[in-house]
Design a protein around this ligand. Sequence first.
Ligand code: TYD
Ligand code: MG
Length: 397
Amino acid sequence: MIEAADRLPIRLVEFDRVLGGGLVTGSMVLIGGEPGIGKSTLLLQVASLMAEARGKVVYVTGEETLHQIKLRAERLGVKGEQLYLLAETDLDVILNQIEKLSPSLAIIDSIQAVYLPELDAAAGSVTQVRECTMRLMRLAKLRAIPIFITGHVTKDGTIAGPRVLEHIVDVVLYFEGEPFSAYRLLRGVKNRFGSTNEIGVFEMKERGLAEVDNPSKAFLSQRWGEAIGSAVVPTLEGSRPLLVEIQALTNPTSFGLPRRTANGVDFGRLLLITAVLTRRIGLKLGNQDIIANVTGGLRIGEPAADLGIALAIASSFRDVGVDPTLVAVGEVGLSGELRAVSQLDRRVDEAARLGFKRCIVPKAGARVTAPKGIELIPVSTLREAIGVGLVRGKGKE
Ligand code: TYD
Ligand code: MG
């Protein structure tokens, strides 16, 4: 166990949570993400906070000029006295500088841009990326300097990116988000010093990344009343309940095969739920295009969101709204039954906290006492849930 005393809080609560309570001395942390998502912005902010609180921080950029970094730093309101910016790609030079300065934190942005001259391989190749990481790791352990490295992943994950590094470093975090949305999630994938799948939520603003301390409220902020094709689901990200809005749109297929599009929900789950709605509930979805969407650019993997997806589709197809004061959670089984989900009490608490009045839960395993202000509605089948959740019991079949 790592004691709290061995951790340095970065003083970004959202970041510290994902690290497991702060930065561990001598640890090596990889931050992966698509280009343009905000890795450099986040780390420059971290650099600034650490420099202010703990003294010297070395920030190495292999991709931008010092001028570019300085412009960004100005925009972010970074205080510069203890921040050492270095535009360098030769890792021997970088390692030397870090040793010489012995900073409280070193940042290498990015690992794909740096290289060891003695290796006969191009920067960004698997050989270079791996060797460079191992050399930095050695320095981190030897001198007890925490080191952050960034790595680009492309959508198909093909380049010599963070994947090959995941087993070398101590902590792997991914910075995610949809380009069209300002929300960014920092997600733990591996953590030798703490729990993995924790998340931190940020919003990209004109002056850098701001922490979002009430993400449920933020993600639901654009929801209006009794919207057709919209359902709210209390999901769980790590230890953290998060209310998200799932939207669906059904539309008659104009020619050829009906199309299914999943943004932020699992494509396989969407097909399964569509099949169950068709066969067990009798919704004629065979000639409908279906789009399912999670608002705010979030991605949900857990089956507990099934019921929300099903409600959103049924609502759109029947053209009746979902009760706006209601949230729904449950895994949908192939017979149309609702299956139990984990940590129901925490989900219900979050829904109550945000002022929701009713919560559909699976009857199986629904032994929860509802907090004040919210009513639990245990149901055993998807059919029952649709009867309860849609505003006017039946629309078109
Ligand atoms: P960046 O940190 O460069 O991404 P990465 O290092 O992951 O490639 O940030 C990319 C985007 O963030 C860029 O398109 C501009 C935007 N941005 C803001 O919206 N506000 C800001 O204050 C900053 C610095 C960047
Ligand atoms: Mg960058």
